[in-house]
Design a protein around this ligand. Structure first.
Ligand SMILES: NC(=O)c1ccc[n+]([C@@H]2O[C@H](COP(=O)([O-])OP(=O)(O)OC[C@H]3O[C@@H](n4cnc5c(N)ncnc54)[C@H](OP(=O)(O)O)[C@@H]3O)[C@@H](O)[C@H]2O)c1
Length: 273
């Protein structure tokens, strides 16, 4: 995809992986809108996007919203599309993780993780997808995690929410494909971001042992993999060696099954009947 003059919306675009993606597409000439809660981080990111600008006509905008709240998500997307600009790319990177032993994690952590990570991904998709379908083009990118296809010790709450994104995105990809709208899902491994340092304080020893066996990625490397995945129209985006090897070891026939399912959908008189 040529990002010049494209409209890219990045949720969680004020920090970590989302910010790295926002900066990369800004460097490639895109107009960028970021959504997150804290205004100070949004303002600081807009300054960084301005520094990455390659064309005087590029527009960078920031919107403060808690995306786990449908009304706030609706207000942000309405503001972004008010001038008739329909996003070409929507990247859902807003999210958080709070690991811990299952017996010690309060129910509230499970509920909040599902609200932010799953519903905070669902709402922007629900609001933007119809606009993309009407236009007949667009690309939605949902950030899951290695913990979104592999059950990882210490991540009962986070894994459940990130697996939910996987099931949702698999079905969404199939439904939007006939309308010319693409979907990708990203499974980053541990990445050096503020979120990573936040969750480290709660990680059980066993989770730390698992984490230490894999290489820590930089947000810019994950962003690069996401952009390449968009450009190559990949549904599955696995930044880094460990994520790639673990995904294909645990889902070896995924491509074949997806091809079979797509064939049934596109050929109603054929193998599905
Ligand atoms: N870092 C890792 O090791 C890692 C690995 C795999 C997957 N991931 C996933 O990658 C994504 C980005 O993570 P990150 O590590 O880059 O985290 P980060 O640096 O903490 O950034 C998270 C972003 O999401 C925003 N956000 C959080 N809750 C929100 C809410 N309720 N409404 C709107 N915005 C919200 C944050 O801004 P505000 O707090 O100001 O709202 C911030 O912009 C997440 O989905 C995460 O689960 C991360």
């Amino acid at each position: 995809m040529d990002f010049r003059n494209k409209h890219v919306v990045v949720t969680g675009g004020s920090s970590g992986i989302g910010k790295a993606i926002a900066k990369l597409v800004a460097q490639r000439g895109a107009n960028v809108a970021i959504i997150a809660r804290r205004q100070t981080l949004l303002d600081a990111t807009i300054e960084e996007l301005e520094a990455a600008r390659t064309d005087h006509a590029q527009v960078f905008r920031a919107f403060s919203a808690d995306l786990s709240d449908l009304k706030q998500a609706q207000a942000a997307i309405n503001a972004i599309t008010a001038d008739g600009r329909i996003p070409d790319v929507l990247v859902n990177a807003a999210g958080f993780a709070h690991p811990g032993y299952f017996e010690e994690l309060p129910i509230e952590i499970f509920r909040r993780t599902m609200e932010v990570d799953f519903f905070g991904t669902l709402y922007p998709c629900k609001l933007v997808a119809p606009l993309m379908v009407e236009r007949g083009s667009g690309h939605i990118v949902n950030i899951s995690s290695v913990a979104g296809f592999l059950g990882v010790f210490g991540y009962t709450a986070y894994g459940a929410a990130k697996f939910a994104i996987r099931g949702f995105s698999d079905a969404l990809r199939a439904e939007l494909k006939p309308h010319g709208v693409r979907v990708s899902i990203v499974f980053p491994p541990d990445t050096d971001t503020p979120q990573y340092h936040y969750e480290n304080q709660f990680k059980p020893l066993e989770t730390k042992r698992i984490a230490s066996s894999a290489k820590l990625m930089q947000a810019e490397q994950v962003a690069q993999a996401v952009i390449e995945g968009i450009e190559k129209n990949r549904y599955i985006i696995t930044p880094g060696f460990e994520s790639t090897i673990f995904f294909w070891l645990t889902n070896p026939a995924f491509g074949l099954v997806r091809w079979y399912m797509d064939r049934i959908i596109s050929d109603p008189g054929g193998i599905g009947k």
